[in-house]
Design a protein around this ligand. Structure first.
Ligand SMILES: Nc1nc2c(c(=O)[nH]1)N(C=O)[C@@H](CNc1ccc(C(=O)N[C@@H](CCC(=O)O)C(=O)O)cc1)CN2
Ligand SMILES: Nc1ncnc2c1ncn2[C@@H]1O[C@H](COP(=O)(O)OP(=O)(O)OP(=O)(O)O)[C@@H](O)[C@H]1O
Length: 187
């Protein structure tokens, strides 16, 4: 399937979920994240949920990370450049929703990309080979390209894998894992 079709398909499927389903499925995803072999690291990058778009609620994973005393890093997006700057999330971080309803740190301690060891990635879709589709603005492609090659890339999705995504380019960064409510995919 081509990327534009995947975006449309999964936006529609997501919109059909009730708030309770979103919450329940997000909790199941967090429980499976606990089983991944990723807990020896320090710096974990994670997105903050756009609730209005029925994205996965990452609060459960945030609680796990904070319970394990990890450094939690969250992005702030510049839509004029397509670049995310990343900040440490602490008890003192003030979050404010941007124009697309993404909660973002107002300011704080910036974390250099080379320090980031694990990245949880929002998806619209993914395939059985670990290819991913996002909103198509290139934020994650650029960000992942600027991290260390060993950085662990974990997609999170409410839905299972497509057989294959066509028009994959060499700039597309593959996932190492994808976690859905039912399955842990290892690529
Ligand atoms: N929670 C969250 N944070 C994130 C992302 C994300 O997908 N989810 N990003 C992932 O890249 C980056 C920000 N990029 C984004 C790009 C597009 C849209 C988006 O909602 N696009 C809508 C159209 C928006 C509009 O113009 O009104 C869409 O394509 O439907 C959101 C975030 C970094 N932070
Ligand atoms: N490393 C990079 N540097 C600069 N631009 C890039 C890079 N990687 C991808 N892009 C550009 O970003 C745009 C988005 O690509 P693509 O269709 O793969 O989106 P996506 O993977 O769905 O989106 P996202 O990365 O935002 O989740 C494309 O125009 C692509 O050329």
């Amino acid at each position: 399937m081509i990327k534009s079709e995947i975006r449309k398909k999964y936006k529609t499927l997501r919109n059909k979920l009730s708030e309770i389903e979103v919450d329940d499925l997000s909790f199941q995803i967090a429980n499976s994240v606990l089983k991944l072999p990723i807990w020896q690291y320090s710096y974990y990058h994670i997105f903050l949920t756009i609730e209005e778009k029925k994205e996965i609620i990452t609060n459960y994973i945030l609680s796990i990370l904070s319970g394990k005393d990890k450094n939690i890093v969250v992005p702030k997006s510049d839509f004029s450049t397509g670049v995310m700057t990343n900040f440490l999330l602490t008890d003192n971080t003030t979050l404010k929703k941007n124009a697309l309803d993404i909660p973002e740190p107002v300011d704080g301690i910036e974390v250099a990309n080379h320090l980031i060891e694990v990245v949880f990635i929002p998806l619209l879709g993914f395939d059985k080979l670990g290819n991913r589709v996002g909103y198509g603005k290139g934020f994650y492609d650029k960000f992942l390209a600027s991290c260390k090659p060993e950085t662990i890339k974990i997609g999170l999705s409410f839905f299972e894998a497509e057989d294959s995504i066509s028009e994959i380019s060499t700039q597309d960064e593959k996932l190492d894992f994808c976690v859905t409510p039912k399955t842990i995919y290892t690529f």
